[in-house]
Design a protein around this ligand. Structure first.
Ligand code: FCB
Length: 457
């Protein structure tokens, strides 16, 4: 099973989860630096102060990516490392780090895919109201132009926001993630709207400043529903779940993607949120909706759906003892055919899987290797379903495994291991897991070894 010739095989990380170097070379504080200090928020009281020490080990990490044959690496830039106060003075040493990282990636044959915002928001800007302040979109634009001016002679793939669903719901409406504001829903909607404006203005800035032709997307935490059978009514039931808003929160597929791509908020959300909606000035929707080159799809698990006799639908209850990862997320490969298909049909943008993978109970075995057959099987199953979508005409341009290496998994701290490369946090030793070598072969064969079962060659 070969994938399209120019299919982008990659791996992903995010700045706060791997870099460390928190108090070095003039970096400002991010909301995650501060949030991790609050007792009880993070498993084991962990934080990202050192993480994978990638700030110092980036050359070794880039070499490893080259050895694994990765075509691309998706990573994020820490806004407060570049602009310690969020706006104003640029921290040249911080910017230099990202400059050198781009060079070393390219030297190793790995294409840089840069996410501008993966949640480590400058603490100084939080003190000025954060995403609740309408000026926040201009702050983000200023930061974007600094980064694009410096890197776009070599970087052409850009992502604006990572998973607004998550940082608005968990970090603003709730207090599970930084900054942990516990806002009224009406205020969460203001923050969401301002982040959408930031996205739109950033896309304009990238297009205006980029020195090489940019390829731009936003990254969504996609909730995938798939039909339990291929009967038309089940397909329609799953489709309708994918694109309906049923709860007073932003955790859905349309509240962010519809404005970005279709230029309007979804009707059902507007009705449901009527009493909480902010005033939306004329012109905002036009700013938010900018031409995009791809839809960034992050997804780890989905839910099966069937039509009910009364014309509605229900989630198919999983059997007792479903296949689970250590996050207790279900293994549901069928979503990787249906999710991309439904999203491509609605938004008509090429899909890039910007995150997929699993946390596993990985350790170094007595033979010195890390055997993770679950991850190999998980990836093979999801990629096979993705291939079915491609074969049926859905444009899917790439796949990035989450993650390149074990890292700081937000509220779970270092408890969860998502990497295809094992990290010993005491020594910072990297050990590629079996899945890394398996993925290397998948990449080298452009997917044709996917059908081989482990151990059968
Ligand atoms: C996503 C995040 C990513 C990682 C994975 C497991 O929601 O974007 O940083 O934590 O989940």
């Amino acid at each position: 099973m070969s994938f399209p010739e120019d299919f982008v095989w990659g791996a992903a990380t995010a700045s706060y989860q791997i870099e460390g170097g928190t108090y070095e070379d003039g970096k400002g504080l991010s909301v995650w630096d501060v949030f991790c200090r609050q007792p009880g928020k993070i498993w084991g009281g962990n934080n990202g102060d050192i993480a994978c020490d990638h700030y110092h080990l980036y050359q070794e990490d880039a070499r490893l990516m080259g050895e694994l044959g990765l075509k691309a690496y998706r990573y994020s830039i820490s806004w407060p490392r570049v602009l310690p106060e969020g706006t104003g003075a640029v921290n040249e040493k911080g910017l230099d780090f990202y400059d050198r990282l781009v060079d070393v990636l390219l030297e190793n044959g790995v294409q840089p895919w840069v996410t501008l915002f993966h949640w480590d928001y400058p603490q100084s800007l939080l003190q000025r109201g954060g995403w609740l302040n309408r000026e926040s979109s201009d702050w983000f634009t200023e930061y974007t132009s600094v980064v694009v001016d410096r890197l776009s002679d070599r970087v052409s793939h850009w992502m604006t926001l990572n998973e607004p669903q998550v940082f608005i719901t968990f970090g603003h409406q709730g207090d599970y993630h930084a900054p942990g504001l516990n806002l009224e829903f009406s205020d969460a909607l203001v923050a969401a709207h301002n982040s959408l404006l930031a996205h739109g203005k950033a896309v304009q800035v990238i297009r205006a400043h980029a020195k090489t032709r940019p390829n731009i997307g936003a990254v969504h935490a996609a909730s995938i529903y798939f039909p339990g059978t291929e009967k038309q009514e089940d397909i329609e039931a799953a489709h309708s779940r994918m694109f309906s808003i049923t709860g007073k929160n932003c955790w859905n597929n349309t509240w962010f993607a519809d404005p970005m791509i279709l230029g309007r908020y979804p009707e059902d959300g507007l009705r449901l949120f009527e009493s909480e909606l902010p005033d939306i000035p004329d012109g905002d929707m036009g700013t938010i909706c900018q031409p995009l080159d791809f839809y960034g799809l992050n997804n780890y698990e989905g839910r099966g759906v069937r039509a009910t006799d009364d014309g509605g639908s229900e989630i198919i209850q999983s059997p007792d003892g479903p296949p689970l990862t250590t996050m207790e997320w279900q293994v549901t490969p069928a979503g990787y055919y249906w999710g991309p298909r439904f999203l491509f049909e609605r938004y008509k943008l090429p899909i890039v899987v910007t995150e997929n993978g699993m946390a596993n109970c990985d350790w170094i075995h007595r033979d010195g290797r890390v055997h993770d057959p679950q991850r190999i099987d998980y990836m093979a199953r999801y990629l096979s379903e993705l291939k079915r979508a491609i074969d049926e005409g859905i444009t899917v341009n790439g796949y990035f495994v989450w993650s390149l290496m074990d890292n700081f998994e937000w509220a779970y701290g270092y408890r969860q291991r998502f990497g295809i490369v094992h990290v010993d946090y005491a020594t910072q030793k990297r050990t590629p897991k079996d899945s890394a070598y398996w993925y290397k072969d998948v990449i080298a064969s452009n997917g044709s070894t996917l059908t081989n079962l482990p151990g059968t060659g």
